[in-house]
Design a protein around this ligand. Structure first.
Ligand SMILES: Cc1cc2nc3c(=O)[nH]c(=O)nc-3n(C[C@H](O)[C@H](O)[C@H](O)COP(=O)(O)OP(=O)(O)OC[C@H]3O[C@@H](n4cnc5c(N)ncnc54)[C@H](O)[C@@H]3O)c2cc1C
Length: 426
């Protein structure tokens, strides 16, 4: 079949905006997304294969994000940042994930630290003294980010029930003069060896310490006793460099608190949408797998043999199925971003689990469908689809809301009101 390509390229597939319809976004959000898209297309996409192959951290991408001012995306304007809201941050992350999933997931960890200390903290109940002290601490951290270009990681996971929110953190913080001494081990610490500070969750030592004693501390990467350990050679999301982090009696000063003592448990309970930030990366990967498939079937990928495959009805049906899944996912993703608030009602909380599950499971389903539809040549390492497929597989595994735990929580919360339980049957 003859290939007719207009010289001006106007008949080529144009990947759509990540939000679908952008009319609900303000001008600033659209500009940040465009800035991310530009970096993604012109720089990150071309580096992604190398970082994936070598499982190397994308320092070059973060230098670009820093230069573009995007490390300050989630820092409030009063502290010199861009002051992006929850939805805008998530859409910027998703846009970056279209070009490099690992960069997006790592950026998400950094943005989450800003969210906890910024707008989430603003919505929590604190005493006047706690508020004043928090204001001083976060001003210091935000200055590190905005003026110093520092990068924050979020290594919470420990490989036990704590990561699922069901037991106190095994990493311990002991109060000492002027701060704390922290000891413990974190696993899957994205940005290990690359971050300037690790936002670590630990348990403040006291008799009978419980989940309520979780403490959120920024541990400087260069503090004595901090060590990056183990290797990192996973299936997907290889450039996140998620090695282990060992903390051996590390001293951190008072200002290390990203939230006041006793406040993390309140924050996690009252702002469950924080976990949903992880979904942004995987939604972006799903969009990329769809974009790839359309371009591949239309023979529009650079360097590809110009053989179209779009005329086969089976391909058209498969692309329709991918598009339907993608649009179902986008609708729930975007709606859920706009529902993020402190103290969502039970209905919104249940929809949140449904949305998180849907994004994570649909991302891998779309990746698998893309591979099956495009066929053998599309899985070659010279093309990005096989990386997207592997990266997409990882989302549903991420704690605290793995796909399984979303089902557990959602099923229970649909059938039981809060604090409601069944009578014991003899
Ligand atoms: C690419 C990538 C990057 C990551 N980056 C970070 C990061 O930067 N920071 C961070 O903190 N974590 C990060 N994680 C870690 C992640 O969230 C998990 O902690 C990690 O995948 C380890 O999981 P595990 O298999 O050891 O979990 P396990 O606790 O062994 O769980 C295994 C499975 O059992 C089920 N399960 C676990 N607990 C329960 C329970 N109480 N009830 C019922 N079922 C349960 C879950 O479905 C889970 O998938 C990352 C993970 C990935 C894949």
């Amino acid at each position: 079949m003859a290939i007719v390509i207009r010289p001006d390229g106007s008949d080529r597939y144009q990947p759509p905006p990540i939000a679908g319809d952008e009319s609900g976004l303000d001008a600033a959000a659209r500009e940040w997304i465009a800035r991310a898209a530009d970096l993604g297309r012109s720089r990150f996409a071309g580096r992604a294969a190398r970082h994936d192959r070598d499982a190397s951290f994308p320092h070059d991408n973060f230098a670009d994000l820093r230069a573009a001012g995007l490390l300050g995306l989630a820092v409030p304007r009063a502290h010199g940042g861009l002051g992006a809201g929850f939805a805008a941050q998530a859409l910027v992350t998703a846009e970056i994930a279209r070009h490099c999933g690992s960069t997006a997931l790592c950026l998400n960890m950094h943005l989450a630290a800003c969210l906890w200390a910024g707008p989430v903290a603003d919505g929590l109940d604190m005493s006047g003294a706690q508020r004043a002290e928090h204001e001083a601490h976060r001003a210091w951290h935000f200055q590190q980010i905005v003026q110093g270009g520092r990068l924050y990681a979020q290594p919470f996971s420990e490989g036990g029930a704590a990561s699922a929110g069901r037991a106190p953190w095994g990493t311990r913080a002991r109060r000492v003069d002027g701060g704390y001494r922290v000891s413990g081990r974190k696993i899957f610490a994205s940005l290990a060896g690359a971050a300037d500070a690790y936002g670590v969750l630990c348990t403040l030592e006291r008799p009978g310490a419980s989940l309520a004693d979780a403490l959120y501390l920024a541990v400087p990467a260069d503090a004595a006793g901090v060590r990056v350990a183990g290797d990192w050679d996973p299936l997907g999301m290889r450039a996140t460099a998620s090695r282990s982090l060992e903390l051996d009696d590390v001293f951190v000063p008072e200002r290390a608190r990203l939230l006041p003592e006793g406040l993390y448990a309140q924050a996690a309970q009252r702002f469950p949408h924080m976990n949903f930030t992880l979904a942004s990366t995987y939604f972006g990967i799903a969009q990329a797998a769809y974009d790839f498939s359309v371009q591949y079937l239309r023979a529009e990928l650079p360097g590809m043999v110009p053989v179209k495959r779009r005329m086969y009805p089976t391909k058209q049906v498969a692309v329709a199925q991918m598009r339907i899944r993608l649009e179902q996912t986008r609708a729930l993703f975007v709606q859920t971003l706009h529902e993020a608030r402190i103290d969502p009602d039970d209905d919104a909380r249940q929809r949140l689990y449904a949305a998180h599950y849907s994004v994570m499971e649909n991302a891998q389903a779309i990746g698998a469908l893309a591979l099956r539809t495009c066929g053998g040549q599309a899985m070659l390492k010279s093309l990005p689809l096989e990386r997207l497929y592997r990266d997409a597989r990882c989302g549903a595994l991420m704690l605290p809301w793995t796909a399984e735990l979303c089902l557990d929580r959602l099923g229970h919360e649909c059938l039981y009101a809060r604090a409601e339980h069944d009578e014991a049957i003899d």
